[in-house]
Design a protein around this ligand. Sequence first.
Ligand code: ADP
Ligand code: MG
Length: 282
Amino acid sequence: MSAIITATGLTRTYPLPRQSLFAEPGVVTGIDDLSFEVQAGERFAIVGESGSGKSTLLRIIAGLDAPTSGQITVGGIDVSRPGKHIKALRAELQMVFQDPMSSLDPHMKVRDIVAEPLVAQKIPYTADDIDKLLRDVGISSDGADRYPHQFSGGQRQRISIARALAPQPKILIADEPVSALDVSVRAQVLNLITDLVRTRDLTLVFVSHDLSVVRHLCERVAVLKDGRLVEIGPTEQVYAEPQSDYTRRLVAAIPTIGKALAGAETSDLLLGNEPEEADAQA
Ligand code: ADP
Ligand code: MG
């Protein structure tokens, strides 16, 4: 295995508005001195409570933001500094966001949404290619000429996954991709991501505040707290023997089967039930 993402001393601070003319300008820490590698083909999770720096880190990996200091290469491309060279990253890496509604243009047909990255990268494609991508994510081809609002939340997230896969990236990064979905459809979308990552041999970087979501999906997990890496290791090891109180608390927050039975929603996830998606295609 070889590293496909290498980060060294990665730091991102955000300037605070000055409190007074005489006060030193303060900063908010997004991420603080992160060093780690992700191996090609690995399924890597980044977990931590809200505000721990997960999205800051993902945006930097995706070349959407630059670190204040430190180095990062992704697929051999130096994404530490903004510039035209970042364009080459789009062919290597694609992203799925938390809220599929706000990441899909409501005025565009699904067909054009999925084709967007191909158009942007001047990659030739046919209507059949788009239909196939949609089929691969479980959307029937008559969906291609509809608009995002005509689909359920889970289906919209499937459409954003099809768009992400269109340029055949090597790396898929996902920022809480199931957190905004109804609990009943989470397992379905997670299973879809799992299948696609396996069949397409993708490297996956998956962010979640919820450890139960990444447990069976990712082989290795990094735990962030206040922008710092508190723990990194094989998922089973981190879950079985958390090295910090913080990680122990995150692990303890995972719903157990007993708790899950009290609320049917979480049992679907834990027991791998696959209810039919409630709101069918309009
Ligand atoms: P997470 O995704 O884990 O919830 P974020 O990466 O969004 O965490 O945020 C980490 C920290 O950086 C938080 O304290 C947050 O308030 C701060 N932060 C994130 N983005 C910005 C920004 N654009 N401007 C100022 N502060 C920010
Ligand atoms: Mg976030």
